[in-house]
Design a protein around this ligand. Structure first.
Ligand code: PEP
Ligand code: MN
Length: 265
């Protein structure tokens, strides 16, 4: 692993440069699990922007457990993300699942997400490492920290220094109350092992909207550089991950709570 100074990842968004890193305010990435239609993605973008988020998330290509579940609108969702970027000024983060889609995703995304299920898809890691857009690398649901850092190393070694590490919960023995176990201990652990910026995703980390605010506050208190939070205008009707999605109103309140903790926006 590389040691030394904390690195920062600078991303140009329509509203200005956003910096991910230890010496900058916490960056909040918010938005729905999936891009469903133009009205919902634009509305969500505007509402999370008004609340203080600087990035919009939203899946166009979705890694669903069941092949019969909603798979994302694909290329047409990328156009909707571009429209939401334009309407809100937010940077865009969206997932690549297949290297064949990388060029068209990189055209509209400001940061490219590699999901938990692809953390050790080494050919995909080499390809996102060989292009210039920053990469958000989610921790595999059963990945050790060393495996995660080595996956990041694939991207760095391919020539892309702009990698952000995202903890999104791991598999443990109890899935009755929470979807995953959010491993917040990675924050000090990663600080001691790597210079790369850290993101915490309490939405996938817990799977329940009611647990998300507490874990967001805890992550900021523990020193995370950024948060990823799922927000949907009508969680009960969401095509994916509704139970873990905050309403825009609850998100707005969370942003106010976070500003009290310290390093937050
Ligand atoms: C997501 O961010 O929507 C997602 C699918 O996350 P993960 O890869 O962490 O499951
Ligand atoms: Mn999701």
């Amino acid at each position: 692993f590389r040691h030394g100074e904390a690195s920062e990842v600078a991303v140009e968004t329509p509203n200005g440069t956003v910096y991910f890193g230890q010496h900058h305010p916490v960056v909040v990435v918010a938005g729905p699990c999936s891009v469903e239609n133009e009205a919902m993605i634009v509305e969500t973008a505007q509402r999370v922007q008004a609340a203080g988020a600087t990035f919009l998330r939203g899946g166009a290509y979705k890694p669903r457990t069941s092949p019969y579940a909603f798979q994302g609108h694909g290329e047409s969702a990328l156009e909707l993300l571009a429209a939401a970027r334009q309407a809100s000024g937010l940077g865009i983060i969206t997932e690549v699942m297949d290297a064949a889609d990388l060029d068209k995703i990189a055209e509209i995304a400001d940061v490219i997400q590699v999901g938990a299920r692809n953390m050790q898809n080494f050919s995909l890691l080499k390809k996102v490492g060989a292009q210039p857009k920053p990469v958000l690398l989610k921790r595999g649901m059963s990945a050790t920290i060393e495996e995660w850092l080595m996956a990041a190393e694939y991207i760095l070694a391919a020539g892309n220094p702009n990698v952000i590490l995202c903890e999104r919960g791991i598999r443990t023995f109890d899935r009755q109350y929470a979807r995953n176990t959010l491993d917040l201990a990675v924050i000090p652990v990663l600080r001691s092992l790597t210079h790369l910026p850290i993101m915490i995703d309490p939405s996938h980390g817990t799977g329940k909207a009611e647990y998300v605010p507490a874990m967001s506050l805890a992550a900021v208190a523990a020193g995370t550089d950024s948060l990823m939070i799922e927000v949907h205008p009508n969680p009960a009707k969401a095509l994916s991950d509704g139970p873990q999605s905050l309403t825009p109103e609850r998100f707005d309140r969370l942003m106010q709570e976070l500003s009290v903790i310290g390093k937050a926006v």
